[in-house]
Structures are given as structure tokens and as C-alpha cells.
Design a protein around this ligand. Structure first.
Ligand code: NI
Ligand code: MN
Length: 226
């Protein structure tokens, strides 16, 4: 599966010929704004883990250009529907069959409000299943025992996990999360963007390797095949 990293927690996945874009935050991201052209990002669906600004800031401009459908928790979806966007509301535990495959909402331990303070419902992650395989995007979350459900019942091929600590789990907890979710390949997200979440890349990769896991830190703007 082709995954393109746009910085922070924003990435694109090509699933069954459709472009899925997660948590777009580029314009206000000092690490991404010179490396990623917001006007060129493809999107058929925009999946949002929660309503915080560092996950939704570029949703409106991208959705209005591409006509992408916004898939998010009910409260977040309603906020974007009021702005004239096409939306699909979901909530934790729910699954829906889209034309690319299925998306299932997983539990995340975090908070969720929209940039204007509107209540954002539950934060979530997603299990995405398509012909190329299945992956788990955890969203912003702490390590939680719920991740064992993913390893037991979902069995994804790889995971995208936050590793920056302070606002989410850090490297050590993400190693447990990977083990509980039953994956050996992890794409790291939610690190370096702000001073609070700067990490030592070599140390993080080495800690994962010691646990028998591969941590992939994708250069912003680059596409990998995983
Ligand atoms: Ni957040
Ligand atoms: Mn965040």
C-alpha cells in the first residue's frame, strides 16, 4: 500500500484506487509548509481522528477543492457539514463499507474539541481495510488496553502510531501498542512538530528494533510502499 507522509499526523493512503487523506495539518505546520503543496494533495475521503486544530486545519480548503467526503465522529462531521462539506458521521466501534473498502472506528484515549471550542465527541482511530491490506491508524491516544482488541480480532498488517509523547503516547508506550495491536511495522506520527514533541529519531528507531519492531520515520512529502 502506498502511504504519503504530509507531516505531523497527516498522511495519504491509496486504497482500491481511492485517495484517503488523514488529519490534514499542513499550512500551519512549520515543518511541512515548504515541503507539501496543499493545493496538490489528492483526496477522495478525508478521515479525521478528532477535532483538534493540528488534525483539521486544512480540511475545508482541501475538501472544497477536491469534493472529498469527510469521515469523522458525528460531532466533528456535523461541524464540517455546517460549512458546506460532504460528510459521513461515525462513532467509536462503528464500521462502514465505502467504495474503497471499510473503515472501522477504534477507541482512542484523548480529548476532542473543534477550533472554535465546539464539542468534538469522542476521539477515535481507524482500521482501514481494502484490497491492498489492512492498517490501523491510532489517532491521538494514550496506550490503552483496548489495543489488544485490535491484535486479537482485526490483525492489521501495519500501524501508524503517535510517538511524540506529551499530548499522546511516546516511543516506549507505542512499542507496547504495536505489540498489542499485533504489528511489527509502525509508521511514526505526531512527533517533532512542536517543541513539546521533539524526539531523538535514532534512539526511537533503536528502541523499536530492540523490541523486534520496525519504526519507519517517513520524510515529509515522501511516499513509501508498505
Ligand atoms: Ni489532539
Ligand atoms: Mn494532535
Amino acid at each position: 500500500m502506498k502511504i504519503t507522509y504530509y507531516g505531523h499526523s497527516c498522511f495519504g493512503a491509496e486504497v482500491n484506487g481511492k485517495h484517503l487523506l488523514f488529519d490534514p495539518f499542513i499550512t500551519d505546520n512549520p515543518l511541512a509548509k515548504d515541503k507539501v503543496d496543499v493545493e496538490a494533495i489528492p483526496a477522495d475521503f478525508i478521515l479525521l481522528s478528532h477535532g483538534h486544530g493540528d488534525h483539521v486545519a486544512d480540511v475545508e480548503v482541501i475538501a472544497k477543492r477536491t469534493g472529498a467526503k469527510v469521515v469523522a465522529a458525528f460531532e466533528v462531521a456535523e461541524w464540517f457539514r455546517a460549512k458546506g462539506l460532504s460528510t459521513h458521521p461515525m462513532n467509536t466501534g462503528g464500521e462502514w463499507k465505502f467504495d474503497f473498502g471499510t473503515a472501522k472506528c477504534t477507541a482512542a484515549v484523548h480529548s476532542s474539541s473543534l477550533p472554535d471550542g465546539t464539542y468534538g465527541g469522542n476521539p477515535m482511530g481507524f482500521i482501514v481495510t481494502g484490497p491492498e491490506g489492512k492498517f490501523y491508524y491510532a489517532g491521538d491516544t494514550a496506550l490503552t488496553y483496548d489495543m489488544k482488541i485490535i491484535g486479537e480480532f482485526e490483525k492489521p498488517g501495519f500501524a501508524l502510531l503517535p510517538i511524540g509523547s506529551n499530548f499522546t503516547m511516546g516511543v516506549d508506550d507505542a512499542i507496547h501498542a504495536a505489540q498489542w495491536a499485533g504489528v511489527t511495522k509502525v509508521v511514526g506520527l505526531h512527533y517533532d512538530t512542536f517543541g513539546y514533541i521533539v524526539i531523538d529519531h535514532a534512539d526511537a528507531v533503536s528502541k523499536f528494533a530492540t523490541a523486534g519492531l520496525e519504526l519507519i520515520l517517513v520524510e515529509i512529502g515522501k511516499t513509501i510502499d508498505i
